[in-house]
Design a protein around this ligand. Sequence first.
Ligand SMILES: Cc1ncc(C[n+]2csc(CCOP(=O)(O)OP(=O)(O)O)c2C)c(N)n1
Ligand SMILES: [Mg+2]
Length: 357
Amino acid sequence: MAKPASSRTRKPATAPATLPGADHNRERPGEPESYKASKEELLEFYRQMLLIRRFEERAGQLYGLGFIGGFCHLYIGQEAVAVGIQSALTPGKDSVITGYRDHGHMLAYGIDPKLIMAELTGREAGISRGKGGSMHMFSVEHKFYGGHGIVGAQVSLGTGLAFGHKYKEDGGVCIAYFGDGAANQGQVYESFNMAELWKLPIIYVIENNGYAMGTSVQRSSSEGELYRRGESFRIPGIQVDGMDVLAVRGATETALEYVRAGKGPILLEMKTYRYRGHSMSDPAKYRSRDEVQHVRDTSDPIDGLKKVLMEAGVKEEDLKSLDAQIRKTVSEAADFAESSPEPDASELYTDVLVEQY
Ligand SMILES: Cc1ncc(C[n+]2csc(CCOP(=O)(O)OP(=O)(O)O)c2C)c(N)n1
Ligand SMILES: [Mg+2]
């Protein structure tokens, strides 16, 4: 039987015209290097990652005790991503947007853990006045635009934030975080197309933790190397060890330099892992305990940095006292949240959008 002619191999009669605005000679970013941190910076990265871990452990307990209702997605295991990226940003200039797994991102901004815990427990003192909960935290002051429960929505919204940076010429870059599951959504690719055509200042960060709820990347993605997902839009991508805070920081610097130079968007795939279930109500039957234990034993971001700190001459007892301080901060946040009042019933009628557009 004759082979069908492949339309891919057939040459067009005339060369295709170059799309207006499209840059067909896209420059590639340089090879990122691991960040060379001072001892003080290493300690600060360690403190922030441990704060996220202890905070999330406590949030899990409070959920179990019934203090937190609704959804609650913990960030345990992924700490190096938010801490490494956030440390490279310029506060008040760059913007951030993410999905529902957002507590760690807020903590990495240095936002008071009391306000975050109060939000988780639905208290008036919470950062969204107790009305947003785990998935809907905001801090416009920090240019942190949420906290979104609709998978992938933050990618298009973040592209809009990047458009705002370019339009206002404020020099800012938007960091839009999303998961491996969200990476299969259509709106992601519509956003990529616009961002590249308009050379928007945005870093798309895929937090590839291996699973979307109970579905692994292997089962859901025909191209599992997610850093390549921007290629057909000419958006370069870099795959990063998201369990190594210094690798994350180094790659972010490379990406920021590239985007700030006006070269357009870039994609960072952070290879990471979540130790806990998708949310607090996930029995996690889709993977073995051994799998989780293996990652904890071989690539934990906090243990990894601890080794670097010890090599830099930091003593074990200093790290222990840091842990004690962090536990105290987290306990104070939990006490504050538990003893704070809930919003008044009249708050049901505030912050409700009633205008027509
Ligand atoms: C549009 C939409 N579809 C489905 C859901 C249900 N849902 C919530 S989280 C999730 C998985 C997303 O996984 P991933 O993007 O990998 O993020 P991760 O939870 O691993 O951080 C799904 C399907 C949703 N919230 N929104
Ligand atoms: Mg995921």
